[in-house]
Design a protein around this ligand. Structure first.
Ligand SMILES: Cc1ncc(COP(=O)(O)O)c(C=O)c1O
Length: 434
């Protein structure tokens, strides 16, 4: 298992900073989401340091869908990043954390009226319009409230990012945004830019997630910049901001070959500068929206091996105390992870196991066929790099409680309490038939 951030091996045992996994499990129980806080902060700093240019101001927008709770939102605020949200609930959480609403970008392909209302009432800095109907809804609300709203328009630049179908967002049949190949998009932009209720600031695009091809990002930037130039020429408007989205691929297993982040960000910024100069376009702000790339490798899940079962056909299962309810990604789109038995770090890998969860689904598997040292009941297993889209996609299927989350730095702090049985029925109305 690749050791990211502050993960270290000492005397056959896995540590995060000064805490052994055994200690963390004893104190906080399992399953447990563990955030390597210092490594997350280091990643934020790297983005700020490397994605810059003398040609534009850069906004690093943390894509909160990757992982969001009050503590994470506060941490992102402390790093002075911007943040995005795609639902009223995400907006609410971010605002409750005391994050500056002016630094929030509100995305989504189907923002509900109540969500738009909530965004307007809370003075969200930028709303990213997805489609005509949403624009009309927003226009009506803005008029009623007598406000003016800064907006971007989500466009689809038609780039195939070569990633999983479920996380590709910029093919021509994608549900997100409006195509740059559709003439209607230009007329629509003209309409928004002439509407006094709106401050039309520019464009947003996002080509997909877990993308490794640097070239796809460069192509996207070129296409968006060329389109912005066309808009300025055709409509006589000024584009203030281009938000190029996130999706920067990361390492989960040896099958992934991510680019060197710092080097990539420098050349990305340089490419954008060159493209702006080539197109004689002055854009004040260039934004990017990393989610996974900031938090995935800084988050891990610690499980307990409850039992090992060999099937009639000879397959070895390790039954862990969590599963698809705390990490749906393997079941949803075949995501792969690495893992280690945290109390046998130097032991020889000798048995091929499948790490299975406790849900009533055969597909409830976290890792299929991983070679590990021989596992005994009560061993601890760390599945690494689960920081993004694990907790945020967690469910209560089979009435299973969501795990606790801790942030580890100089101390190990509980940042999300473990759900209880009581939490599971808190919204149920039990006396309806009485
Ligand atoms: C609009 C938008 N921005 C940013 C992201 C973040 O993607 P990633 O976590 O892969 O960086 C997403 C992910 O779905 C997205 O939809």
């Amino acid at each position: 298992m690749k050791l990211f951030g502050n993960l270290k091996v000492r005397e056959n045992e896995l540590y995060l900073g000064k805490f052994s996994m055994t200690e963390l499990a004893e104190k906080f129980d399992t399953p447990l989401y563990i955030i390597d806080e210092d490594y997350f902060v280091e990643r934020c700093e790297k983005y700020k340091e490397k994605f810059k240019s003398d040609k534009f101001e850069s906004h690093i927008i943390y894509a909160s869908k990757a992982l969001l709770n009050l503590y994470i939102a506060k941490l992102v605020g402390k790093q002075d990043l911007h943040m995005d949200a795609v639902s009223g609930g995400e907006l609410y959480t971010i605002i409750k954390a005391g994050f500056n609403p002016k630094k929030i970008y509100f995305h989504g392909n189907n923002k509900l009226i109540q969500e738009l209302n909530f965004a307007l009432d809370n003075e969200i800095g930028t709303i990213v319009i997805d489609n005509k109907k949403e624009y009309e809804n927003l226009d009506k609300l803005i008029k009623e409230k007598g406000k003016k709203q800064r907006v971007l328009l989500r466009i689809n630049p038609g780039i195939d990012a070569h990633t999983h179908e479920y996380i590709a967002t910029s093919k021509n049949d994608s549900k997100f945004g409006l195509s740059i190949f559709d003439d209607g998009t230009i007329s629509f932009i003209e309409e928004i830019s002439k509407n006094q209720n709106f401050d039309f600031a520019g464009l947003h695009a996002h080509i997909g997630s877990q993308v490794f091809a640097e070239d796809s990002f460069f192509k996207e930037a070129d296409r968006v910049i060329e389109y912005a130039k066309k808009l300025e020429e055709r409509l006589g408007i000024k584009i203030e901001e281009l938000n190029l989205g996130g999706g920067f691929g990361i390492y989960y297993t040896e099958e992934d070959s991510p680019f060197k982040l710092g080097k990539f960000l420098e050349s990305y910024a340089e490419n954008i500068k060159t493209s702006l100069e080539k197109n004689k376009l002055d854009v004040k702000i260039i934004s990017i929206e990393p989610g996974r790339s900031l938090i995935a490798n800084a988050g891990h899940t610690l499980y307990k091996a409850c039992s090992v079962k060999e099937t009639y056909s000879g397959k070895n299962y390790i039954f862990i105390d969590g599963g698809m309810t705390d990490n749906i990604r393997p079941a949803l789109y075949g995501a792969k992870y690495e893992a280690a038995i945290t109390n046998k770090m130097n032991d020889k890998d000798e048995v091929v196991y499948t790490l299975a969860g406790k849900c009533c689904e055969s597909g409830d598997v976290i890792i299929k066929d991983i070679k590990l040292p021989k596992v005994d009941d009560e061993d601890l297993i760390l599945v690494s790099s689960t920081g993004a889209y694990g907790y945020s996609m967690a469910s209560n299927y089979n009435q299973i409680e969501k795990p606790a989350m801790i942030a580890v730095s100089d101390e190990a702090k509980l940042i999300v309490r473990r759900e209880t049985y009581e939490d599971l029925i808190r919204n149920d109305i039990g006396d309806v038939l009485e």
